[in-house]
Design a protein around this ligand. Sequence first.
Ligand code: COA
Length: 260
Amino acid sequence: MSYETLLYEIRARIAYVTVNRPQKLNALNQRCIQELTDCFDRIGKAREAGAVILTGAGEKAFVAGADINELAALTPTEARETALQGQALMDRIEHLGKPVAAAVNGFALGGGCELAMACTLRIASDNARFGQPEVRLGIIPGYAGTQRLPRLVGKGRALEMILGGEPISAQEAWRIGLANQVVSLTELIPAVEKAIQKILANGPVAVRYALEAVHRGVEMTEADGEQLEASLFGLCCATSDMKEGTRAFLEKRPAQFKGE
Ligand code: COA
């Protein structure tokens, strides 16, 4: 499968997705949103892919936002559609059922920050910059940045970033909980692979249900979230992975999960 704006391959159970418009700092044009949506649909169905690493081509940017050339020409109705399509992509990534790690290798601005926030983990190189600079263009975030940023870092910090528009450093992003880890650019992909392999060693059904319990649970009342957790806990106990995981612990050996 080849895309115009993406690089995509699966190696050793990891799907590698690279936004590939380095001359435009990997800005998300319509084509790119469509291709990412198609690519994540494929990954969702691909049994051979247990996790995803998402990054940007080159050494300067993860994704420097939605494509401002396209944005500038949108009518209000087109802009609404564009926001809905972008939001649907971010939801698709968040609810993929497989961990998605963003390897943030430079600017993650606007739609780039929103794309990174839809991922399960954000590991940043020390040259990365995170920000929601839309107000500088006279618009607001449109790919769910106003929703995910406060959930990740709290309302106060989110408002500071969204209203000020000033990008923050990788170190600051780590300090406020937006980045999970900061490493040098050369260590970035190995560090992300290590984090993903740690998750891949665990029971795939349990990982899927844990993702669901957290992502759906935060949108519920605590009592409803606990009900959801209990139901998914019960389902886990019906899997052969659960039997293998508990048996392997008692037999003092690594578990061999089948995802069943
Ligand atoms: N949309 C479209 N093109 C973009 C872009 C975006 N979001 N971000 C960068 N580019 C393009 C630039 O126009 C330039 O193209 P050109 O060479 O054809 O002129 C190219 O990418 C390189 O960017 P440039 O601005 O020259 O790099 P820089 O190192 O001087 O600055 C940034 C880097 C990220 C600070 C700057 O590009 C920027 O502010 N980008 C917009 C960020 C933004 O507002 N994102 C939210 C959009 S809603």
